[in-house]
Design a protein around this ligand. Structure first.
Ligand code: PAF
Length: 285
């Protein structure tokens, strides 16, 4: 596996394979790789000829300076893990390479960015994500790009941006990977103290309670959300939000009918902000 730092190096490195008709898969990451990322890299390995993993802690998408400063960084570890999972290229640009002096463009995806994460983290969060993902797609020009379902709203934002800007890439979404007890893997989990790690299970508990109540016949979204919040309260965790929304637009639903409905939850446990989700009437997880 090669580690490349500049857009010119990346383009030059991918020119040959592209001309030879080899398919290119991109797995965008901010590093601190865990099994969720590795499952996406392995998936890219099985479906693409060249696998590029990008590693860039994107300052533009952090709404809290403390979160950016505390974000775990260990490039040597990430390099080893990406290579082991089957990556051909690790693209690890500097902030100056991604945002050179005079950088003045922001990609804003309206509507789907506004609710939940957009509301709680601020509009700049998804603008930062959309801008960097647009840049990464232009830099690597992959045939397929891979994201994790845990960041369900990010996936919806990127689907919309790819569609609206006619970017020629296929999006593949990997299931959320969980610890044995159900906690969704996140690069932020390492910051949970022992007691917080136990309370972090509240997110999964809340989602499970909603699923069970729906399975028992409840269809009213307000009641389902209240059941989820009550289950979280048992572990002394109050969600920033626990809402039932349409998975593509992130607009709230009043009731659950035949169509898939996404149950999205975010909560702060200690200093660590966690998110998770589940789909009712979908493939589920
Ligand atoms: O999901 C992430 O790790 C980031 O939001 C992404 C897609 C790599 C953009 O910085």
């Amino acid at each position: 596996m090669k580690t490349l730092r500049t857009v010119d190096e990346l383009r030059a490195g991918l020119n040959g394979p592209r001309r030879a008709g080899r398919s290119i898969g991109l797995v965008p990451t901010m590093g601190a790789l865990h099994e969720g990322h590795l499952s996406l890299i392995r998936r890219a390995r099985t479906s693409c000829d060249e696998v590029v993993v990008s590693l860039f802690v994107n300052p533009a998408q952090f709404d809290e300076a403390g979160d950016l400063a505390a974000y775990p960084r260990d490039e040597a570890r990430d390099e080893a893990l990406a290579a082991e999972a089957g990556a051909d290229v690790l693209f690890a640009p500097s902030p100056a390479e991604v945002y050179p002096r005079g950088f003045a463009t922001t990609v804003v995806v309206d509507e789907v960015s506004a609710a939940l994460e957009g509301e709680h983290r601020g509009a700049a969060h998804f603008a930062g994500v959309a801008t960097v993902v647009t840049k990464l797609l232009n830099m690597a020009q992959p045939d397929v790009v891979f994201f994790g379902q845990k960041d369900a709203q990010q996936v919806a934002v990127i689907r919309r941006l790819v569609r609206d800007l006619d970017i020629p890439v296929r999006i593949e979404v990997g299931d959320t990977i969980r610890e044995a007890d159900g906690l969704a893997l996140s690069s932020r989990n390492v910051r949970l103290r022992a007691d917080e790690r136990r309370r972090a299970l509240a997110l999964r508990r809340g989602l499970d309670a909603v699923r069970a109540c729906h399975a028992a016949g409840e269809r009213d979204a307000t009641i389902l959300a209240a059941i989820g919040r009550a289950a979280m309260a048992e572990l002394d965790v109050e969600p920033e939000y626990l809402e039932l929304v349409l998975p593509d637009s992130f607009t709230p639903v009043a009731s659950v009918g035949e169509q898939p409905v996404l149950v999205a939850v975010a909560a702060r446990v200690g200093d660590v902000r966690l998110i998770d989700n589940d789909i009712l009437n979908g493939s589920g997880q």
